[in-house]
Design a protein around this ligand. Structure first.
Ligand code: ADP
Ligand code: MN
Ligand code: MN
Ligand code: MN
Length: 343
């Protein structure tokens, strides 16, 4: 038997962006615990905007388990929040996803690393070099001295945890980075994004750096646009039908459904997205829906490979932003797909 440190991680009740919370309990197991072996636990919901003070108990229900290589016998436990009666708490949108293991999601999480209230690489006053050299850049003047260390360490933590990290790159703005996560099944993919966010935020503590997930942190004094990119969470998706059957006719019907549901999608694609979806900086305007082949100025980008394969494969919804909740994004995409008949 060994004593394991179980870090129960959950989403709080803050709006419009839920925060990650976590606390540890120690339990003995013969070997690394399986999901079924992990007990329900509780927390004080009145401190997380999830319950009134008078009846503050909320329940944590383990839904995914990951090794935590930063701790001896460390375990990360992704949880859903339940009310005391066992029903899903309103903040728990994971519980409402139409799950489908055959739907695959690839999330491209962009973010800024911030220190002293500004992105890494920004001087105390004014701006660093204009955008151009930072994207996939190398060299101190492009990426500084600490960001790559964080990004590499984060990559290893995610791989140790068994998270399906697919890659990393320096992004267009100074101090801006991206990682990509792929998962089969919306819950798996979205759980992995949340746990990867958790690992990144926690890792940055020791560097005195915060992770800024706002989709357009760099704005002028009256919110006027500046020539600095915002952050997205491009959401790539494919169903079994899209991968194996597809076809032009189905694709066109699917895009018509996306166009019809434009506002419902934008509503869950992250707050303040109007600052980011402007039609500039590789985005489409927030009030337009378009698709385009290899077009990074469209709402949905259709990869060349999709057309070449006879309208088969995956599509990229470029609208979800860096602060969006991947449970809600996946859930909305699945709902729209479900509206389109495959026969
Ligand atoms: P770009 O920056 O050019 O948009 P990335 O390589 O950053 O491209 O991201 C592409 C994403 O597409 C990856 O997250 C990958 O997991 C995802 N992806 C690839 N194939 C599929 C598929 N069949 N279904 C869903 N997502 C996919
Ligand atoms: Mn990318
Ligand atoms: Mn990117
Ligand atoms: Mn992309």
């Amino acid at each position: 038997m060994a004593k394991y440190k179980l870090e129960y991680v959950w989403l709080d009740g803050y709006k419009p962006v839920q925060n990650l919370r976590g606390k540890t309990q120690i339990k003995e197991f013969a070997s690394f615990p399986k999901l079924e072996e992990l007990p329900l636990w509780g927390f004080d919901g009145s401190s997380t905007r999830q319950a009134p003070g008078g009846s503050s108990d909320c329940v944590l229900k383990p839904v995914a388990v990951y090794p935590d290589s930063t701790r001896k016998n460390g375990v990360l436990v992704m949880c859903e929040v339940l009310n005391a009666d066992g029903t899903p708490h309103v903040s728990n949108t994971r519980a409402t996803i139409l799950d489908d293991e055959d739907t695959w999601f690839g999330f491209e999480q962009e973010y800024f690393l911030y220190q002293d209230g500004r992105p890494l690489g920004f001087p105390e006053n004014g701006y660093p070099y204009p955008q151009g050299g930072y994207y996939t850049g190398v060299g101190y003047k492009n990426v500084g001295s600490v960001a790559r260390e964080i990004v590499e360490e984060h990559l290893d933590l995610c791989l140790d945890a068994g998270i399906n990290h697919e890659g990393i790159n320096a992004e267009v703005a100074s101090g801006q980075w991206e990682f990509q996560i792929f998962g089969k099944g919306s819950k798996k993919a979205a759980d992995d994004v949340w746990m990867a966010r958790y690992l990144l935020i926690r890792l940055c503590e020791k560097y005195g750096i915060d992770v800024e997930f706002h989709c357009k942190p760099l704005r002028g004094p009256y919110n006027e646009p500046l020539d600095w990119n915002g952050s997205g969470m491009h959401s790539n998706f494919s169903t079994k039908f899209m991968r194996e059957v597809g076809g032009k006719e189905y694709f066109e019907k699917l895009m018509a459904a996306f166009a019809k549901n434009m506002s419902e999608h934008v509503a869950v694609y992250g707050p303040d997205n109007h600052f980011r979806l402007t039609g500039l900086h590789e985005t489409q305007s927030i009030d337009k829906f378009t698709w385009g082949i290899a077009d990074r100025g469209s709402s949905i980008r259709v990869p060349h490979s999709f057309i070449k394969a006879g309208y088969k494969g995956y599509l990229e919804d470029r609208r979800p932003n860096s602060a969006a909740n991947p449970y809600d994004v996946a859930s909305r995409i699945l709902k729209t797909i479900a509206e389109v008949p495959t026969k």
